[in-house]
Design a protein around this ligand. Structure first.
Ligand SMILES: *[C@@H]1O[C@H](CO)[C@@H](O)[C@H](O)[C@H]1NC(C)=O
Length: 598
């Protein structure tokens, strides 16, 4: 790629003026940049400023150098060390953002607004900040933010000491409002000045409460192209910040500071940004950002997984690269193998020990060893099967209900603990502390009914379930939960169906314990099919997934096996789901570790 066109030339000549004019600039030797087992790209054929970037095969990473730059003296940065691809195992132990529940964290977002960055990269920096803050907000922590913009001068946009600094939405709003034009003098790039401001804000925190400050992790996210031109060496400020945080060799305080540098633009000083960034091999702290799409890769590298894994209701956004299972990490597939048939159901992972599903999936005298549970690639057996004690399929014969699904809920205790990973993790259940965290609102005072009001605020609420049309291929289906007045049509439609006509009170069949989806109004909802039963009905709140129901039954079968029929959905079709808000007492008794709200 020839990114250094003629337009850029005057700038480069300016920065290396002495060498460029006095003698022809020497070339760096392109035969000396190989990497053992890996690949590299080199821009500009070894001329001064030429950049080498290393890539390694899956499961490995470049070490000890990620990239090199050709210096005016004709030498590559770190040309005395050989680049190799190193095994990834154990990666991320050294550094990365450790998200601990309730952990204290300061995040400093430092944006280069100089002329050299240009409005397009400035916009990218703002987008990156927004995505970053939203991502952090999806975890169970409440970081304190500071946002600093700089060119010749430094301009704090959000101060760490402000009341709003813990309000992610407000911080994003203020970043959005901040304009490129707000710095008058853009010629300068005072990176040291910006880091000095970070140090100043940290010092204020230290003075406010030193005990607390010393327990707080600090993340600095610097977005620049490097190449400061005033204020002096930025690394001097890094040393001061490290001193303030009392980070010394061998005192195990490195984890309290991570400095990430996101390189923006086509003309990045790799030498400078590598100097500023934390060095915690093998964890990466330098990223070249071409666009906002690069954030996915960044998060893959910088978030320390193990701590996040027990956070409920997280999943990857669908994209081509990631395995299907990462989009549905809480789905369990249940199969019951009987003498002459196999029955399939779904379930949801709610803790390391338990899968939640529907009671009707199992015969009352089911042999436990005939039940097989698959979670990702792992298979489990049942230790104990708990059905809701009020689930009595034949309990309403006197009300002319042939088969009652009321309290259609079961918990499977697995024969061993589930090990959580990127592809296997729990979903959030209503009225648990996990959901309070996910909703991020008045966490300490939230009640169960606050959860319900937040998750199901309207009479037609968007929800989704997971369908398996073809074997092993899961997909989302969007439906609307009909509540309040809208729910009445669910009862009326069902009453019109022949086999239910004799039931004097349809509420004996469709009790208040069911959430209703389906039908053709206001939109056609995809119906649930046989193999979907037991699976979760989910409401997505921001980046989090909260299960509100368990797929139970429908009065009309619109499916051929697991396939949604080709025939149009009948206006009388509905789907009923066990409403988890009504099942809290029993869940609390069986899975107390989920910390249900009082
Ligand atoms: C500092 O913060 C800690 C909590 O980390 C708290 O227990 C302590 O009382 C605070 N000290 C002062 C002086 O506010």
């Amino acid at each position: 790629m020839n990114w250094r066109g003629t337009k850029m030339l005057p700038l480069i000549l300016l920065s290396h003026i002495a060498l460029s004019f006095a003698i022809p600039a020497p070339l760096c030797d392109v035969n000396k940049i190989g990497i053992t087992d890996g690949f590299y790209t080199v821009t500009d054929g070894g001329h001064v400023g030429s950049v080498v970037e290393y890539t390694c095969p899956e499961g490995t990473y470049p070490y000890p150098v990620h990239a090199r730059e050709c210096f005016p003296n004709g030498q590559w940065t770190e040309d005395n060390v050989e680049a190799k691809c190193k095994d990834n195992s154990g990666h991320k132990i050294g550094g990365g953002i450790r998200v601990e529940k309730d952990g204290l964290m300061n995040i400093f977002i430092v944006i280069d607004t100089s002329k050299r960055i240009g409005p397009r990269n400035f916009k990218t920096a703002k987008d990156i900040s927004e995505v970053f803050i939203e991502k952090m907000a999806s975890f169970d922590i409440v970081p304190r933010y500071a946002v600093i913009s700089y060119a010749s001068y430094v301009k704090p946009i959000v101060r760490l000491s402000e009341y709003e600094s813990t309000d992610a939405e407000k911080v994003i709003e203020r970043i959005k409002k901040f304009k490129y034009s707000e710095h008058d003098d853009k010629q300068g790039k005072n990176t040291r000045g910006a880091l000095m401001e970070v140090h100043r804000m940290m010092s204020l925190e230290y003075v406010r409460n030193d005990t607390e400050f010393m327990k707080t992790r600090n993340i600095i996210l610097l977005m620049t192209d490097g190449r400061h031109n005033m204020g002096g060496d930025p690394t001097v400020e890094i040393k001061r910040i490290r001193e303030l945080l009392d980070i010394r060799k061998n005192n195990n305080r490195e984890e309290f500071l991570d400095i990430y540098v996101f390189g923006l633009g086509d003309d990045i000083s790799h030498a400078e940004i590598f100097d500023i960034a934390s060095k915690k091999d093998p964890a990466r702290h330098v990223f070249k950002m071409r666009s906002i799409d690069d954030m996915k890769e960044v998060f893959d590298h910088i978030l320390v997984d193990s701590e996040i894994l027990q956070t409920c209701g997280l999943a990857r956004e669908p994209d081509e690269e990631h395995e299907l299972q990462e989009q549905f990490p809480w789905i369990a597939k249940i199969s019951i193998i009987r003498r002459s048939s196999e029955e399939k159901c779904k379930g949801s992972i709610v803790s390391r020990d338990f899968v939640l599903t529907a009671a009707h999936c199992f015969h009352l005298d089911e042999e436990l060893h005939s039940i097989d549970i698959r979670v990702g690639e792992n298979r489990f057996k049942v230790k104990t099967l708990y059905r809701h004690p009020k689930y009595k399929p034949l309990g309403k014969l006197d009300k002319k209900v042939d088969k009652s699904f009321d309290y259609d809920l079961a918990l499977i205790q697995l024969d061993r603990k589930i090990e959580f990973s990127r592809t296997i993790r729990p979903i959030c259940l209503p009225c648990t502390s996990g959901t309070s965290w996910a909703l991020k609102k008045n966490r300490d005072t939230m009640t169960c009914s606050d959860h319900e009001k937040t998750l199901l605020p309207s009479d037609e609420e968007k929800a989704m379930f997971v369908a398996e049309e073809r074997s092993r291929s899961l997909e989302w289906k969007d439906v609307l939960i009909k509540r309040g007045d809208k729910r009445r049509s669910c009862l009326e439609a069902t009453k019109k169906i022949d086999k239910f006509k004799d039931i004097p009170d349809i509420k004996d069949l469709i009790t208040d314990n069911f959430l209703c989806t389906g039908g053709t109004e206001p939109e056609v909802d995809p119906p649930t099919c046989k193999g979907d039963a037991g699976g979760p009905l989910i409401v997505k709140y921001k980046q989090r997934f909260i299960q509100v129901g368990v797929i139970s039954w429908g009065p009309i079968n619109s499916c051929v096996g697991p396939k949604r029929g080709r025939d149009p959905v009948s206006p009388l079709s509905r789907d009923f789901h066990t409403d988890l808000f009504h099942m809290v007492d029993w869940l609390k008794e069986k899975v107390p570790e989920l910390e249900f709200l009082a």
